[in-house]
Design a protein around this ligand. Structure first.
Ligand code: GLC
Length: 486
């Protein structure tokens, strides 16, 4: 769940004014307790967003901190008197403006990685850590199953406030205001806390501008056992649609994972938009959505499915007057913001796509009459049916969950081929990224069964026929018992 805490909603809830209260817009704490209980009774676990880097300006801690330079809470945030009447340094926010705001009350500047209404906490102050860890314990005691750590790599900034180098303006410019060594120690302490509560999980958001940085993301998993359980790396979202590019990104990803580290994958999210829009869509949108679903659900690692991706929902153009995301309002028309992937879930073809009888705060995508859960549920060959098939396959074949992974890639082949293996079983996954029919070579030819294919009505599951031909954008999973095992 994205943040549901008390908040003035300047950044749709990523500006929290009370970490242990629910925003009335989302209900009450009783509602949350009930949600947790009902989810658990259905064997569904609930993970919540944890925004540790900053609070809202309206958080009482900040109200106190800004009141005077000598207040005990002053040092809970990052303050500076400025250098010769100018800002303390050249650090920028995520949308490219100065990250320092002069506060009238005392004339000093405070640091904010995002909007000025989101002042960054000073994690060097042990009191901050204590208060935040207590808040984490509150949710753990309530029974939440894990956390997504918002901007986990940004919690510390270099103490000397050194200017970021000028060259960095053309690459990831944030050399001194994120990825500082102290974060690793903090994440270790966080993991020790989490490990006191069995079965809880942490996943960190490690955003790095395109092309992403798998090595950096992996580093926050420590030795694989002592920091984050998983780290979101967005490299695949920034990868172009080609078997070769995916092969390179994926093999690098697995190579840099720490020994005991567990992979995870995500193709869409609330900031970066939807998978179907990243990769040359709308041409052959559904086929590509099925290929991506196959990839996501057959790679070794935890798949994260963003709501609506299971029916192939697309980004929606939001007219200027209806843009809510402040980034979009500030940067329009150069950037229209993040609302495009935050539109209501499309349940059925009734008004507002069945999301709510009230008019939702963002418009529903125009395609909701065809693209909705109710109609895809009964439509053989829909994206939704394929997600279900793949999820079931993953449940039935432990090799897809625990098996090792090895890429069998041939340059220029246009398809991606990999092998998942356990002692008992082998699976091969072949994904045709190209718009042409491709012949797959290098598969074992005896006793192999097609257990899944993405193009309905063209072929049946059953004994595989060789050479295997893949239709454009087709995805096929082939399974086989192992005969070579001792
Ligand atoms: C993360 C969130 C994003 C938010 C930002 C500040 O990147 O995903 O939506 O604006 O953190 O909290």
């Amino acid at each position: 769940m994205s943040p549901i805490y008390a908040s003035p909603l300047v950044d749709e809830g990523y500006d929290i004014s009370d970490y242990t209260a629910i925003h009335p817009r989302y209900g009450t704490m009783e509602d949350f307790n009930r949600l947790l209980e009902e989810a658990h009774s259905r064997n569904i676990r609930v993970m919540i967003d944890l925004v540790l880097n900053h609070t809202s300006v309206l958080h009482p801690w900040f109200t106190e901190a800004r009141s005077s330079t000598t207040h005990a809470r002053r040092d809970w945030y990052i303050w500076h008197p400025g250098r010769k009447g100018r800002k303390p340094n050249n650090w920028l926010t995520n949308f490219g403006r100065s990250a320092w705001k002069r506060d009238e009350a005392t004339g000093e500047y405070y640091y904010h990685s995002f909007f000025p209404e989101q002042p960054d906490l000073n994690w060097r102050n042990p009191e901050v850590k204590k208060a935040m860890f207590n808040m984490v314990k509150y949710w753990l005691a309530k029974g939440v199953d894990g956390f997504r750590l918002d901007v986990a790599n940004m919690l510390f900034k270099e103490e000397g406030l050194t200017n970021n180098p000028a060259w960095a303006l053309v690459s990831d410019r944030n050399v001194y205001n994120r990825n500082q060594p102290e974060v690793y120690e903090l994440l270790r302490a966080f993991r020790r806390l989490l490990d006191r509560y069995p079965g809880r999980v942490s996943i960190g958001e490690i955003y790095v501008p395109p092309p992403g940085n798998s090595r950096l993301a992996a580093s926050f998993m420590g030795n694989g056992q002592d920091m984050l359980h998983m780290a979101f790396d967005f490299t695949l979202i920034f990868t172009r649609w080609s078997a070769c590019a995916f092969y390179q990104a994926l093999s690098k990803y697995y190579r840099v994972l720490p020994g005991g580290g567990w992979p995870c994958f995500v193709f869409s999210n609330h900031d970066l938009g939807r998978a179907v829009n990243h990769y040359l869509f709308p041409i052959d949108k559904e086929k590509k959505a099925k290929l991506l679903a196959t990839l996501l659900l057959t790679l070794r690692g935890t798949p994260f499915i963003y709501y609506g991706d299971e029916i192939g929902m697309c980004n929606r153009h939001i007219p200027r007057s209806r843009i809510r995301d402040r980034y979009g309002r500030l940067l329009y028309p150069f950037y229209t913001g993040r609302d495009k992937a935050r539109t209501p879930m499309q349940w059925d073809n009734t008004s507002h796509a069945g999301f709510s009888p009230a008019s939702p705060w963002l418009p529903v995508h125009r395609n909701y009459r065809q693209c909705n859960v109710a109609s895809q549920q009964v439509q053989e060959g829909s994206v939704f049916t394929h997600y279900r098939k793949l999820l079931q396959l993953r449940r039935e074949l432990p090799v897809l969950q625990q098996g090792t992974i090895r890429f069998l890639y041939k340059r220029q082949a246009g398809y991606l081929l990999y092998e998942r293996t356990t002692d008992e079983k082998c699976c091969w996954i072949a994904l045709n990224f190209s718009p042409f029919v491709r012949k797959v070579t290098g598969l074992p030819e005896n006793e192999a069964m097609v257990v899944y294919h993405s193009s309905d009505n063209r072929r049946m599951c059953g004994r595989a026929t060789f050479p295997l031909r893949l239709f454009p954008y087709e995805a096929v999973v082939i399974g086989k018992e192992r005969t070579d095992r001792k």
